[in-house]
Design a protein around this ligand. Structure first.
Ligand code: BTN
Length: 309
């Protein structure tokens, strides 16, 4: 480890879990802002979990027992999704952190996990409950050439592969088991960056809302989050690639795992209601709905909610 890297690490360790501002880190270790950012990247690559807060700066984190970020990095090393993994104890929303990282020109594939979120969000401004250490709450920064709705499809397939045979896809972004929500996907876009936010409820002993369910309840087994996260990142990586190069195959798989297709659905699209048969997904990831009068409409999950179906 170089003298600068050691210096930055020592400075963070001295703060004993507290935040250190970038200015202080630069001053104490005699490095420039640019060098500091390089040193922090080096430290993260070596397995140090360093939390970044836009107001307070940086702090060194410890992983909780069943979520070992070092092990996770080793498991997914070499693939695009997970090329850099940041593990935070707490943040507002991992989607926000991923967008902040996007502004620093980070490459796609960076993943941000948090043990808990104080302002976790779902689609259409809904809150997302993220009890500490009880689920996987994370966001992936992507810079895709494909339409963002394809990424929601990719994430849904990856989530159902990992939780198979227990869970099904409910268009557009729900993963459900026993009619309750096991996981959710929030795909957000700002300029060319797309952030794929995923929440998966893992352990049963948490104050879940009545409409939610955990993987432990569904499988009857208490799985280990590091292993689960590794499998999920690997499937996501593969599905992301398929979303770009073989989306028709991904659609086929999605269809076998989805409970919405072939059903009569009622959708709320802004102030408008649309009733019809959920017919297929198109090449952009939009749902094709066939109305009773034979006309079809293409609906993006970003705009619509499934009211019944
Ligand atoms: C939904 O079902 O409406 C989407 C829920 C998405 C929740 C995840 S948890 C990690 C990421 N950060 C957030 O604030 N939301 C997503």
């Amino acid at each position: 480890m170089s003298r600068n890297t050691k210096g930055v690490l020592a400075c963070l360790e001295e703060a004993r879990g507290g935040f250190v501002s970038p200015d202080e880190l630069c001053r104490k270790t005699h490095v420039s802002a640019r060098q500091l950012s390089e040193e922090l990247t080096r430290l993260r690559r070596r397995g140090h979990a360093i939390e970044v807060d836009p107001t307070f700066g940086y702090r060194l984190m410890r992983s909780t027992a069943d979520f070992d970020v070092d092990q996770l990095r080793q498991r997914v090393g070499g693939q695009c999704i997970g090329r850099e993994i940041i593990a935070l104890s707490s943040t507002t929303s991992t989607n926000d952190v991923a967008f902040q990282l996007a502004q620093t020109n980070r490459p796609e594939g960076v993943v941000v996990f948090a043990e808990t979120q104080s302002a976790g969000r779902g689609r259409l401004g809904r809150a997302w409950v993220s009890p500490c250490g009880k689920g996987l709450w994370f966001s992936v920064l992507l810079r895709p050439r494909t339409p963002p709705a394809r990424l929601t499809v990719a994430a849904a397939v990856a989530l159902t592969r990992v939780t198979a045979p227990h869970a099904r896809i409910k268009w557009p972004n729900d993963i459900v088991a026993r009619d309750r929500k096991l996981a959710g996907i929030l795909t957000e876009t700002r300029s060319e960056a797309v952030v794929l936010g995923i929440g998966l409820n893992v352990y049963a002993d948490a104050p879940w809302p009545p409409q939610a369910i955990s993987l432990e309840e569904v499988t009857g087994e208490r799985c280990e989050r590091t292993e689960l996260a590794a499998r999920l990142l690997m499937e996501l990586d593969e599905c992301y690639r398929q979303a770009g190069s073989a989306f028709d195959e991904l659609i086929e798989e999605w269809a076998t795992r989805c409970d919405t297709l072939g059903k009569q659905v009622e959708l709320q699209i802004g102030g408008r209601r649309l009733v019809g048969m959920a017919y297929a997904l198109d090449e952009n990831g939009a749902l094709i709905v066939r109305r009773d009068n034979g006309h079809t409409e293409r609906v993006y999950g970003a705009d619509a909610t499934l009211v019944h179906g």
